[in-house]
Design a binder for this molecule. Sequence first.
Ligand SMILES: Nc1ncnc2c1ncn2[C@@H]1O[C@H](COP(=O)(O)OP(=O)(O)OP(=O)(O)O)[C@@H](O)[C@H]1O
Ligand SMILES: [Mg+2]
Length: 343
Amino acid sequence: MDQTDLQPLLDAVPLPMIHVGSDWRIAALNAPAKTLFGAAALGRHFGLAIRKPTLVDAIETVGRGAPRQVLRVMLTQAEQENRFEVTVAPLPGGGVLASFVDTTEQELVTQFRRDFVANVSHELRTPLTALLGFIETLQGPARDDAAARERFLGIMAREAGRMARLVRDLLSLNRVESQERQRPETRVDLQGLLAGVVATLRPVAQEARVVLELDASDAPEGVRGDGDQLTQVFHNLIENAVKYGGSGGKVSIRVRRLRDPAGIRGQAVEISVIDQGDGIDPQHLPRLTERFYRVDSHRSREKGGTGLGLAIVKHILNRHRGRLRIESEKGKGSSFSVLLPLE
Ligand SMILES: Nc1ncnc2c1ncn2[C@@H]1O[C@H](COP(=O)(O)OP(=O)(O)OP(=O)(O)O)[C@@H](O)[C@H]1O
Ligand SMILES: [Mg+2]
């Protein structure tokens, strides 16, 4: 077997594969394996070409007669660390065949799911613990205290409301994600939609002593989009600007048309929500659209936020083939811009 040239066989397989001959030199490797170990590996002693102690050990023991081994290794590919599951198998007549399955993506998905479940449980547990505590108090020590009962019921309503919002947002996220490949066919009146959102949020802004300023005179007519979802996008962006950037006293919403902005080809409309609050540290910016990510989780929870708002925004904009651009300067404020393509 060792005399046989395995190169044509390896070339037919899409996974990285290496044939180490019984003289311990690399007798054949296919193109995917060359991107991992370099084309110069061919003909070299395997220990010099591979340089991963655990993998070198495995090839050596299998080459000396041990049965097949499966192991996990990290390998650098295009400056990126990838995880592989490597099967090292003996060949009849001597030599060893090593094949590599890239499991990076799969492990990320698993990790993501685990984090997600942990986050959801944590987010639900906090209000649930509060509710259970107050129920116990109302059944016991505060049973006949009308004033305390009133106050506790108020807190319980707030905590139950938070749980209801969390469930609603999770379902909403799920729905948007499942529709993501299907671009909306309907058209919306952007100017009217923005005016509606501003009118709904005006009482919230007034309470926070924030002036809402809308200039949508440049809004194009009949923008392709889902009205309810775009309402959700601007509701969250303007609400965030009031909640977290309201200290500047003013939030402006501006619309303009652009040609070939970053990430979109052709005509686009840009809707910017600009606040003059404290701004956001640059380190947080790339992570803001992650589920449950909050800059100041205490403050966000206090304001009843679930931390899912911007994640939902991102998925809705993906569905619309749009973009979200976040700019912020510490002490000066933030601007969240939505870009939507126009045909
Ligand atoms: N305009 C802003 N200025 C400062 N920080 C902001 C601004 N907008 C968002 N953030 C930060 O981004 C975080 C994530 O926002 P997101 O809308 O996803 O969640 P949330 O507002 O906390 O919850 P929800 O939207 O469900 O009510 C916020 O908790 C806040 O820390
Ligand atoms: Mg929000």
